[in-house]
Design a protein around this ligand. Structure first.
Ligand code: EPU
Length: 419
């Protein structure tokens, strides 16, 4: 079993390069199934969720050629089956994008119910609502989703809940539909804009992505023959920003879009950190114990739930009592039990947690309960006294490229060992 060994405390200093966005990549890869041609994708993060996505595409008949560790070409001219491999699609959440893409391209698909981080109930009713509005029939039996449509026709879909996945999935299923689809109350995350940009580069006609009304005019065919570069990862950038604050460090975060980081920047300044914005890079430094704060996670442009655990480490060290309200996922406070093993004083009750700040954390053996919890525990290990051992690394490897190498370059004493 692999574990991370971290010896702290370290004040992180230096520069870090941000990889392509996981949550854009895991949607853009299925989107290639809509293309009757060959396309090139660059700046893919080299993470296990991307590798599994590629394996699923290959199992459906697409041909993937790796140009280097972050770039591929995908040839989706010959899709040979509509049965997605159940063992792979059940492994991670974003496999639900195979449904929208295959419905659009083949009018039919069978996939496993999506797996992924255990963050509480993760229903897909809004995805299904969208597919049905376009004319598809969807049934869920014995852990398998079957979707089919004789013909997909554009329609208006009002999202009852702001959902990243459902917004993207309805875009995927409607780009080749006849007529116009309008998604009302759409999610506005940067990766939604990125998926729309990708599809438009390949010949789609999507307007309004990044606002809460997206209009998709169906086109006959996507041709490919183009190269697309995945947007930088907003959450990875935010993770290093918060690591700079927690460790009283000074980090220049390169290759990011600082506009995507505004809610994080605002909260960092509120807790006493310093931020200098250079547009495509951002410097974050902090010399003082963080001040306490109140945070509520919200859909973009609000404070992202995917940075809530990392912010939790900052607040566990703050002067005074802080509160986090988690409004997206029921079980996103599992990491607080692990942080409490390291000396933090966090009391999580339902969707709210109280952080009574402590001056110092102490190293301990801890378990990564999900991807972002894992990132938070790494930050905690770096700022804690003594040795921290982090287990369940498969969660972390799903979403962060070379994470220990990136932290090591910033001065962290971190290594991966096989027990
Ligand atoms: N929801 C429904 N019905 C649906 C879909 C969603 O009730 O049909 C609810 C969810 O239960 C949740 C809320 O709506 O309470 C928002 O869920 P959303 O659909 O936006 O989440 P998602 O698409 O499944 C993506 C990211 C998550 C991130 C959330 C919120 C991907 C692959 N995953 O999930 O990322 O937390 O959006 O921003 O894009 C992560 O990267 O660690 C991660 C968990």
């Amino acid at each position: 079993m692999e574990k991370l060994l971290i010896t702290g405390p370290t004040s992180l200093k230096g520069e870090v390069e941000i990889s392509g966005a996981k949550n854009a990549a895991v949607a853009i890869l299925p989107a290639t199934l809509l293309i009757d041609g060959v396309c090139t994708i660059k700046n893919l993060p080299n993470i296990s969720d991307v590798k599994i996505s590629c394996e699923i595409l290959e199992a459906l008949g697409a041909k993937i050629t790796w140009i280097d560790k972050n770039s591929i070409t995908v040839d989706s001219r010959h899709i040979t089956t509509t049965q997605a491999p159940l063992n792979l699609t059940s492994k991670f959440r974003a496999s639900y994008y195979i449904i929208g893409a295959m419905l659009g391209r083949m009018g039919k698909v069978q996939v496993a119910m999506p797996g992924g981080c255990q963050l509480g109930a993760r229903p897909i009713d809004q995805h299904v609502k969208g597919f049905e509005a376009l004319g598809a029939e969807v049934s869920i039996e014995k852990g398998q989703i079957n979707a089919s449509a004789k013909k997909l026709t554009g329609n208006s879909v009002y999202m009852d809940i702001v959902s990243v996945g459902a917004t993207i999935n309805i875009m995927l299923s409607s780009v080749l539909a006849e007529g116009t689809t309008i998604i009302d109350n759409a999610a506005k995350e940067p990766h939604i804009v990125d998926v729309a940009n990708f599809l438009n580069t390949m010949g789609a006609d999507i307007r309004g992505a990044g606002t809460d009304i997206i209009k998709i005019n169906g086109v006959e065919k996507l041709n490919g023959n183009a190269t697309y570069c995945v947007v930088p990862d907003q959450i990875e950038a935010g993770t290093f920003m918060l690591a700079a604050v927690a460790s009283k460090g000074d980090i220049l975060i390169k290759n990011c879009i600082t506009k995507h980081l505004e809610s994080i920047t605002a909260k960092i300044i509120e807790v006493g950190g310093n931020v200098e914005d250079y547009g495509d890079s951002i410097r974050v430094w902090n010399n003082e114990r963080p001040k306490h704060a109140t945070i509520k996670t919200l859909p973009y442009p609000g404070f992202p739930t995917d940075l809530q655990p990392q912010m939790g480490v900052v607040l566990s060290l703050a002067d005074g009592t802080s509160i986090i309200d988690e409004s997206i996922w029921d079980s996103r406070f599992q990491y607080t039990d692990e942080l409490n093993k390291m000396g933090s004083k966090i009391n999580a009750q339902g969707s709210r947690a109280f952080f009574e700040g402590v001056p110092q954390l102490e190293g301990a053996p801890v378990y990564s309960t999900d991807l972002r919890a894992g990132a938070a525990l790494i930050i905690a290990g770096i700022v804690a006294n003594g040795e921290t051992q982090i287990y369940n690394l498969e969660h972390i490897d799903r979403g962060y490229e070379n994470i220990e190498e990136k932290f090591r370059k910033l001065g962290a004493n971190i290594k991966r060992v096989n027990e």
